[in-house]
Write a protein that binds this ligand. Structure first.
Ligand SMILES: Nc1ncnc2c1ncn2[C@@H]1O[C@H](COP(=O)(O)OP(=O)(O)O)[C@@H](O)[C@H]1O
Ligand SMILES: O=c1ccn([C@@H]2O[C@H](COP(=O)(O)OP(=O)(O)O)[C@@H](O)[C@H]2O)c(=O)[nH]1
Length: 220
């Protein structure tokens, strides 16, 4: 099943609901946050291999929808990503919900563990996702200085083909991260849900720390 969304106004993509679609008794959601280039995708891939999580990258889902022939949201997504801005939440949340439903259906189960990578990046997304889709159990936060992230992104930009891995878009993404996404990390920190990991060591070393802390937190 494709996670594509029907052509309609963003707000209409997400109907009001009395309860989340998935129960936290069945579905474990781990939000994975960190600045652009902190290594979220890299660490998610390792957690999938080691711990059998299902990995959903909000950015990847948006880029897929952007490229889907006939998508009403293609141009909108393209413009927001290039400018490092947050796409209207209804679009992203619907894509995530569809992808979660598809993943569980494919496995023929109602139970699953998801790494939701690069989301939520804004407080309204966090509230809406938890209310309409599924409450989150843990937030993994990869902490990395801008200088290191910038170097990684410029290097990634040599081969990624991404329209936002260039100096100007990177500057805009950093600003959005500080102004809009860090408040989300701080909000969950206040709820005691955040695991903060230093993202500057090698991928293998970051992975060892992440795996250990995540296992401890999920079993506490
Ligand atoms: N710990 C690390 N040390 C050095 N380079 C890394 C590390 N983690 C990731 N990278 C590289 O940095 C770039 C950004 O990593 P990525 O996982 O795509 O970050 P994000 O998903 O947070 O944007 C990639 O090219 C990746 O190979
Ligand atoms: O919930 C999300 C996640 C991503 N994005 C957009 O997708 C871009 C790339 O995000 P991704 O997580 O793929 O990459 P990162 O910036 O973390 O390297 C962001 O800058 C945003 O423009 C968004 O609008 N909403």
């Amino acid at each position: 099943m494709s996670p594509a969304i029907e052509n309609q106004a963003p707000a209409a993509a997400l109907p009001a609901r009395d309860a989340p679609v998935f129960s936290p008794a069945d579905v474990t959601v781990v939000f994975v946050l960190g600045g652009p280039g902190a290594g979220k995708g890299t660490q998610c891939a390792r957690l999938v291999a080691e711990q059998g999580f299902h990995h959903l990258s909000a950015g990847d889902l948006l880029r897929e929808e952007q490229d889907r022939p006939g998508s009403q949201f293609g141009q909108l997504i393209k413009d927001y990503i290039k400018d490092g801005l947050i796409v209207p939440m209804e679009v992203t949340i619907k894509l995530l919900e569809n992808a979660m439903t598809a993943a569980l259906k494919e496995k023929g189960t109602t139970k699953g563990r998801f790494l939701i990578d690069g989301f939520p990046r804004k407080m309204d997304q966090a509230h809406k996702f938890e209310e309409a889709v599924c409450p989150a159990k843990v937030v993994l936060f990869f902490d990395c200085p801008e200088k290191v992230m910038e170097e990684r992104l410029l290097e990634r930009g040599k081969t990624s083909g991404r329209t936002d891995d260039n100096a100007e878009s990177i500057r805009k993404r950093f600003r959005t991260f500080i102004e809009t996404s860090m408040p989300v990390v701080n909000f969950y920190e206040g709820q005691g849900k955040v695991i903060k990991v230093d993202a500057t060591p090698s991928p293998a070393d970051v992975s060892v720390t992440t795996s250990k802390l995540l296992t401890e937190k999920l079993s506490s």
